[in-house]
Design a protein around this ligand. Structure first.
Ligand code: ZN
Ligand code: MN
Length: 468
C-alpha cells in the first residue's frame, strides 16, 4: 500500500448570524419553504449591489484566531467564475489573494499521540443555492433548486495535506466542529452547516477531489472508498487521473463528475462592487471576546477539579456537557460528578440519541446527594436516571414510586436468612464446595430486595451466615 495524502477544504456556514453575507435576508431558512428567504441581491438580479455583513467578518476573524492563524492586514473579495444552476450570478463572490487569514494549526489526538495539522488559509465566500437531485446525482432525471441558501456567509478552512488516514480526517473534523461550537458561530445540527471537500492522492499519483461531503462520517467513508479505488487502478497499471468526484452517501461510492478544473479556469478577478478593507485593527477587540477553547478547558478541568484527563476529554467534547459538569461540581464532589456525568449519564443519553439539554443538572445533583448519603444504591441511581429520561418525573418522586430507598443492613439480614431457609439445596451445594451457588443465593436476595440492597453488604452477610 502506498502512502496516503489527504487535505480538506471545509465550508462552514455562519448560520448563527442574523442576516446573509451581502443582503439583509434572514438566515433562519432551514425549516422554511423553498425560495422564501430571498431578495434581488441573493437572487443575483441585475443592478443589485452587495453590502458586506460586518458581523460575518468579525466571526471569520474569531474563527481564524481560534485556529491559531495569522490575520492579514487587509482583505478583499474576488469573483470566482463558473456556471452551475445553483449559482445565481454565474460567479461566486469569494476570496483569492489576501484572504482573511493564513498559516494556522490545530492539534489532534490519534491514539493518545498529538499531531499538528496545519491550516493553509481561512477565507470568506457566499453560499450558492441548494440543488436537490431526485434520486442519485448521476441518474436523476431532474433536479430542484432552492435559493434560500444563496448568499449565506461561508467560511472556507483549507488544511495543508497533513492528514494521513480517513480516521485522522474524521478526528480533525470533530475537533474543528468542537472549536466552532465553543465560538458560537454555527449550529452543527442544521442541514448543510459543515460541508467538506476532500483531496486525496496516493504517493506519486494524481489527486482526486471529492466534493461536498455533508456528514462527518461521510468524509471517512468516502476517503476509505477512494483509497481502495486508487490502489486498484495502480495495481492494474491504470493511471489515476486528476478529477472531481462526488460521494454518494447512500451507496458509499464516489463517482466521477468531471476532470478537475485548474485555478485558471475560474478566471478570478477582483470584485469591483466591494472595496478592499483593513481588518488588522479589529483583531485586538475580537481577541477579547474569545471564549475558553476546548484544549484549555480540558487542562483546567484536570487541574482545578482533580478529575482524570479521560473524563475531562469526554466532558469538553460538548460545550453543554462541560457547563453541566461545572454546575454539578460546585455542589458535589468533582470526581463523583465527573464519573457519573461522563460515564453513566453520557452513556444513557447516547443510547437514547439525546443530548445533555434533555437532562436537568438539579436532577443529577439530587440523585448524587442521595447516593452520597447512602439513601439509594448505585443501581438505584441508574434506575432513577433511566426513568427520568424515559418517563419524566423528579428523583424523589421516582424513589417513592419505584420503592428505591436502600434497604438497611438489618432488613437485608432478615432477607438473607429467609433466602437461606428457602434454598437448602443451594446452601448444601455451596458448603460442599460449589462456589457458583453463592451467586445464585445472592441473586435470590437481590430479587427479593428489587436491587435496593447494597451488593457488598449482601455478599458479606451471606458469607457470614454460611459460616465462612
Ligand atoms: Zn437576500
Ligand atoms: Mn469554496
Amino acid at each position: 500500500m502506498k502512502d496516503v495524502i489527504i487535505g480538506l477544504e471545509i465550508h462552514i456556514q455562519l448560520n448563527k448570524l442574523r442576516s446573509k453575507l451581502f443582503c439583509s435576508c434572514s438566515t433562519k431558512y432551514h425549516d422554511s419553504e423553498p425560495d422564501t428567504h430571498t431578495c434581488p441581491v441573493c437572487l443575483g438580479l441585475p443592478g443589485t449591489l452587495p453590502v458586506i455583513n460586518r458581523k460575518a467578518v468579525d466571526s471569520a476573524i474569531k474563527v481564524a484566531l481560534a485556529l491559531n492563524c495569522e490575520i492579514e492586514e487587509w482583505t478583499m473579495f474576488y469573483r470566482k467564475n463558473y456556471y452551475y444552476p445553483d449559482l445565481v450570478k454565474g460567479f461566486q463572490i469569494s476570496q483569492y489573494d489576501y484572504p482573511i487569514a493564513i498559516d494556522g494549526k490545530i492539534n489532534i489526538e490519534i491514539e493518545d499521540v498529538e499531531r499538528e495539522i496545519r491550516i493553509k488559509r481561512v477565507h470568506m465566500e457566499e453560499d450558492p443555492g441548494r440543488l436537490i437531485h431526485v434520486g442519485t446525482i448521476d441518474r436523476s432525471r431532474y433536479s430542484l433548486i432552492d435559493y434560500n441558501r444563496s448568499g449565506m456567509a461561508l467560511l472556507e478552512v483549507v488544511t495543508e495535506p497533513d492528514l494521513r488516514t480517513p480516521k485522522e480526517a474524521r478526528i480533525f473534523l470533530n475537533k474543528l466542529k468542537n472549536i466552532l461550537e465553543y465560538l458560537d458561530v454555527f449550529d452543527s445540527s442544521l442541514e448543510g452547516s459543515l460541508r467538506s471537500d476532500a483531496n486525496i492522492s496516493l504517493a506519486g499519483g494524481a489527486r482526486a477531489e471529492i466534493k461536498n461531503i455533508s456528514s462527518y462520517k461521510g468524509v471517512e467513508k468516502a476517503l476509505l472508498f477512494e483509497i481502495v479505488r486508487q490502489n486498484n487502478l495502480v495495481r492494474r497499471g491504470v493511471k489515476v487521473v486528476q478529477e472531481t468526484r462526488h460521494f454518494d452517501e447512500a451507496r458509499g461510492v464516489t463517482i466521477s463528475l468531471r476532470t478537475k478544473e485548474g485555478e485558471e479556469d475560474y478566471r478570478y478577478f477582483p470584485e469591483q462592487d466591494l472595496v478592499p478593507f483593513t481588518i488588522l485593527d479589529r483583531v485586538d477587540d475580537i481577541k477579547k471576546t474569545l471564549p475558553e477553547l476546548p484544549d484549555a478547558k480540558r487542562k483546567r478541568f484536570v487541574l482545578k477539579y482533580g478529575i482524570s484527563d479521560n473524563h475531562a476529554k469526554v466532558l469538553i467534547s460538548e460545550l453543554g456537557l462541560a457547563n453541566f459538569f461545572e454546575i454539578v461540581a460546585t455542589e458535589l464532589d468533582a470526581k463523583l460528578s465527573a464519573t457519573w456525568i461522563a460515564d453513566v449519564l453520557k452513556g444513557e443519553l447516547n443510547y437514547r440519541d439525546l443530548d445533555i439539554s434533555a437532562f436537568s443538572p438539579d436532577h443529577i445533583i439530587q440523585i448524587l446527594q442521595m447516593l452520597e448519603k447512602d439513601k439509594i444504591t448505585e443501581n438505584g441511581a441508574v434506575q432513577i436516571i433511566r426513568t427520568i429520561m424515559d418517563e419524566g418525573g423528579k428523583p424523589s418522586e421516582i424513589v417513592d414510586r419505584k420503592g428505591l430507598l436502600k434497604i438497611e443492613t438489618d432488613a437485608s439480614e432478615n432477607i438473607v436468612l429467609l433466602v437461606l431457609e428457602e434454598n437448602p439445596a443451594a446452601v448444601q451445594d455451596y458448603l460442599g464446595g460449589k462456589e457458583e451457588s453463592l451467586h445464585y443465593l445472592m441473586g435470590q436476595v437481590m430479587k427479593k430486595t428489587r436491587g435496593r440492597a447494597d451488593p457488598n453488604t449482601v455478599s458479606e452477610l451471606l458469607k457470614k451466615k454460611l459460616g465462612c
